[in-house]
Design a protein around this ligand. Structure first.
Ligand SMILES: [Zn+2]
Length: 219
């Protein structure tokens, strides 16, 4: 039995029918064909988010978004506290909460918000970049976790004589849980940003068209 991904000639596993490399991609990225979003790739979208907040210095939008994040972290803290008091807890929820608390301790709130909002702009400008909603969610988690060094282990590769960074993955279920928490907290702002960006690019296209008309009417 071959891997069920079209064009893949590797042997598939007996059950999932995915080869090892597609199976690990599924596990790490939420879809067997999803490619990880890089920091470089996200950078221009972070710039757009930043610019929009900077253009509106009197708005409460960032403060209120931060407040949503702080509320989430408080909820996470109570999940963890209750676990340490010996109450039964759902494992994925607890692990996701611990991870979010760690991020809140290590990373500035603005960085987290900009990263999540930028992911929405990327998804909106290139919808095919994400293979599924699940894959989007995984990428949100990955980019947010990448803001902290805590998740990165290092080892020395003697072959290349360089330090290698190894990204420690959460389990798929914890990733789903954490992604859902991030999205339910910051997704509204993300969708709104994407809509604003569409309007901006539509109006700049209209201005371009006007300019073209002006040029074309030269005689
Ligand atoms: Zn395969």
């Amino acid at each position: 039995m071959y891997c069920k991904i079209p064009g893949c000639d590797q042997k598939g596993s007996r059950y999932g029918r995915l080869c090892n490399s597609h199976k690990s991609r599924q596990r790490r990225h939420g879809h067997p064909l999803q490619k990880g979003v890089t920091k470089q790739e996200l950078k221009p979208y972070i710039e757009l988010v930043r610019k929009r907040f900077q253009a509106n210095p009197d708005s409460n939008a960032m403060a209120e978004t931060e407040k949503r994040w702080f509320d989430l972290i408080r909820q996470c803290q109570s999940v963890v506290v209750s676990y340490y008091q010996g109450h039964p807890s759902q494992r994925n929820r607890r692990e996701a909460s611990q991870e979010l608390i760690k991020i809140a301790e290590e990373v500035s709130t603005v960085d987290v918000i900009e990263t999540v909002l930028a992911m929405y702009l990327l998804a909106d400008s290139d919808p095919r970049r994400f293979r599924s909603d699940e894959a989007f969610l995984y990428q949100v988690v990955r980019r947010v976790r990448a803001l902290t060094e805590v998740n990165v282990g290092r080892w020395y590769d003697y072959k290349t004589q360089r330090n290698k960074r190894v990204y420690r993955d959460l389990t798929p279920k914890t990733t789903q849980q954490m992604g859902t928490m991030l999205i339910s907290t910051l997704g509204v702002a993300g969708l709104c940003m994407a809509r604003l960006e569409q309007a901006t690019s539509a109006s700049s296209k209209a201005a371009e068209a006007d300019y073209y008309e002006t040029l074309a009417s030269l005689h």
